[in-house]
Ligand binder design. Sequence first.
Ligand code: BG6
Ligand code: MG
Length: 304
Amino acid sequence: MAATLVVTLSTYAGIDLRGELLTINPHLPKAWDEIKFNTQYRGTRFHFTMDHQRIVITSDQSTEIQVKNQRIALTANQPTTIEYQDGAPMKGLVFDLDGVITDTAKFHYIAWKNMADSLGIEIDEKFNEQLKGISRIESLEKILAYGGKADLYNQQQKLALADEKNREYVELLEQLTPGDILPGILSLLDQADALGIQCAIASASRNAPHILEKLGIKERFAHIVDPQTLTHGKPHPEIFIRAAEAIGITPQQAIGFEDAQAGIEGIKGAGMFAVGVAVDEPLQGADILVDTLAGLQLSDLMRR
Ligand code: BG6
Ligand code: MG
């Protein structure tokens, strides 16, 4: 009896007692109209009533819980109703490119460093972290501001400098081969294919189609958002919303993969589940954080 109850709570109510907060991801079987149960977590007693659209939760102390990706504040002894979309399983994957699919950050860094040196500005790898996820022209502006030279160049000169950096960057990209695809990516694409899930690219890079061609995986993405058609750059969620739209799903049905802080903010702003790939600097706000995508199982992520 006890074992059956635990399975019911973890499978159908999606109760997860392992994290900092009590977490609920309900997947009620269609044949069931409603479940009601009590549980206790870290000294607080909870009563739940769940159907296919809403969960009513009463706790005997004021606390917070997580329902799907949302943190919900509960007031002691006051029922709180949360609407949720049952049967909205993950239906798409949205990938950043640089730093997630392949490690081009090192080439961006070489090209920007050479450009900065030629302007008498010294940048290092720590500063380079701030350029991740940021468009080419914004990156140049950050470098000029960092060197105290923001006012020395007009728009036309800035565009010429950005073009020059890109020329060197594109030359460096020539060495990319399918062997430069980061660990775990091919497996995720295969798992997505097997589940009939579409994948899209949400990268600030105007070189994304070329890079994906060099890696030999361009055809595996149903859509590549063209960053030149956007009004806002990351951390604005626009690029992620557009990627989801392009593959015919809502952002809530997508998992986003990012290595940049600006990107994680964009994914969360769009309402997606965020997987942060943090190699050098920690990322704030990701739903899960990994140091490699190797070994990641979509079926595990989709249960969250
Ligand atoms: C992002 C990179 O993916 O693309 C940034 O993280 C880069 O560092 C931006 O500035 C723009 O790339 P590109 O290829 O258009 O210069
Ligand atoms: Mg990136």
